[in-house]
Design a protein around this ligand. Structure first.
Ligand SMILES: [Zn+2]
Length: 440
């Protein structure tokens, strides 16, 4: 393992946090880094050699945008290690099935990432890149810094990878908790491990918080980090309260890289010292990010459009960081619901609006999900409430949604109510969907 590289990246990420005096200086530095990176990628990736043939690298900000489809469709020629997509997929798939997570091809780690709408992504990274990723992550996430001894990080993840196993030392140990294991077993192991840092998807954090509130575990981590799913405000509040914390921190990560983390003030900042994040503006501070990572070489991520909607923070964060501050990672583009205007035409609605209309409707609502049928636009609303309240809660949600449609001048859609059930273990918790979740 590249432990020197890890330490180097760690130190670099810590230093970068306060390295630039102005936003302009940061952007000038990014520009140089991207151009140098693209020159390298163009020499080593057959796909980019062709795509960027004859282009002036100074104009990289306007180069073609690619998405997951292009990335996967051209994977074998796009990566710079001569990795074959079919072979990499076979190895990664086998690791998922056997849950033996040491998938290596040509000395590279490969892994599957679950995308939204059932599309799967593949990532490939070299040992040096993994070390760099880990160093940056630790710099941004570790509550007490790497110099402090006896830190224990508990990671609840859908799938392990030798990425996480690689970091073990006297100062820091990682323990991976497989979300597909029986819950009782996980609770017992977590209690014994006594983590100082707890990282998990919000759905798992929520269950851990319930277990803690019920006195079934007594762990008291210094820091709690939500990863892999959108953390909704009511979950954040519940989880923080159960663990006696002021806030739940967050990691913003995708196949496309480690994109952001919360600062000491709980504000999510983008990692603009490893990637440029361009914006496809949606108005009112919302944007879809287009990522250009200028560190990753094995699997270049350049002008890569993510299926996320980010909302910028309107006021500067008190921590003073120059890195873009976000109010929220609002969710994936597929979570937009579609309604018809009364006068004709359709409109896409951010999940936030529906979320508000549902959770503010009735105080007894503990959990919910809203699934839109793309055929007729109807909504299937599942609610978790104490039983005697179910009928009343459904009625108030119905009224709340009708009020929303009326105010917005949308045509009402058919509503169906039913009881809520938790996501299958290992599945992402997604409350607002536009399609019926597909079975694997
Ligand atoms: Zn901040």
């Amino acid at each position: 393992m590249n432990s020197l590289r890890l330490l180097w990246s760690y130190a670099r990420a810590r230093r970068n946090a306060g390295r630039w005096k102005t936003r302009e200086a940061l952007e000038r530095w990014q520009d140089t880094a991207v151009r140098r990176h693209l020159a390298w990628v163009r020499r080593h990736s057959p796909y980019y050699q062709e795509l960027y043939a004859g282009l002036d690298l100074r104009n990289w900000r306007d180069f073609p945008i690619i998405g997951k489809t292009e990335m996967m469709g051209n994977f074998s020629r796009l990566n710079t290690a001569g990795l074959d997509l079919g072979e990499a997929l076979r190895v990664a798939q086998r690791a998922e099935e056997t849950r033996d997570f040491l998938p290596m091809v040509k000395g590279l780690t490969v892994g599957l990432s679950s995308g939204t709408s059932g599309s799967r992504g593949l990532f490939a990274a070299s040992a040096a890149e993994r070390a760099e990723w880990a160093g940056t992550l630790l710099a941004r996430v570790l509550p007490r810094g790497l110099a402090a001894h006896g830190q224990r990080a508990a990671l609840f993840l859908r799938s392990n990878s030798n990425l996480y196993r690689s970091i073990q030392s006297r100062r820091l140990s990682f323990r991976y908790f497989d979300l597909l294991r029986p819950w009782e077993e996980l609770l017992e192991q977590l209690e014994a491990f006594a983590p100082t840092l707890l990282v998990a998807p919000p759905s798992a954090l929520r269950r851990l918080a319930e277990a803690r509130a019920a006195g079934r575990i007594s762990v008291r981590p210094d820091k709690i980090c939500a990863a892999a799913e959108v953390l909704e405000p009511q979950d954040a509040a519940f989880i923080a309260a159960a663990f006696g914390h002021r806030a739940v921190h967050g990691i913003y990560q995708a196949t496309e890289g480690f994109l952001g983390a919360t600062c000491a003030y709980g504000t999510m900042h983008l990692n603009e010292d490893v990637a440029v994040i361009q914006r496809e503006e949606l108005g009112e501070g919302r944007f879809v990010p287009i990522i250009t990572d200028f560190r990753r070489r094995t699997q270049p991520v350049i002008r890569h459009r993510l299926n996320d909607v980010l909302r910028e923070r309107r006021t500067p964060c008190p921590c003073g960081s120059l890195f873009t501050a976000l109010e929220a990672v609002e969710g994936r583009c597929d979570d937009l619901l579609v309604f018809e205007r009364v006068g004709g035409g359709t409109v896409e609605i951010f999940p936030d609006f529906i979320r508000l209309a549902v959770i503010t409707a009735h105080p007894a609502i503990e959990e919910y999900s809203v699934v839109q049928d793309p055929e007729n636009g109807g909504l299937r609303v599942a609610l978790k409430t104490p039983l005697p309240m179910a009928g009343e809660a459904a009625r108030t949600v119905e009224q709340s949604l009708h009020r929303f449609w009326k105010n917005q001048r949308f045509r009402p859609v058919p509503l169906r109510f039913g009881p809520w059930s938790p996501p299958e273990p290992g599945q992402k918790l997604r409350r607002i969907l536009r399609t019926v979740p597909q079975l694997p």
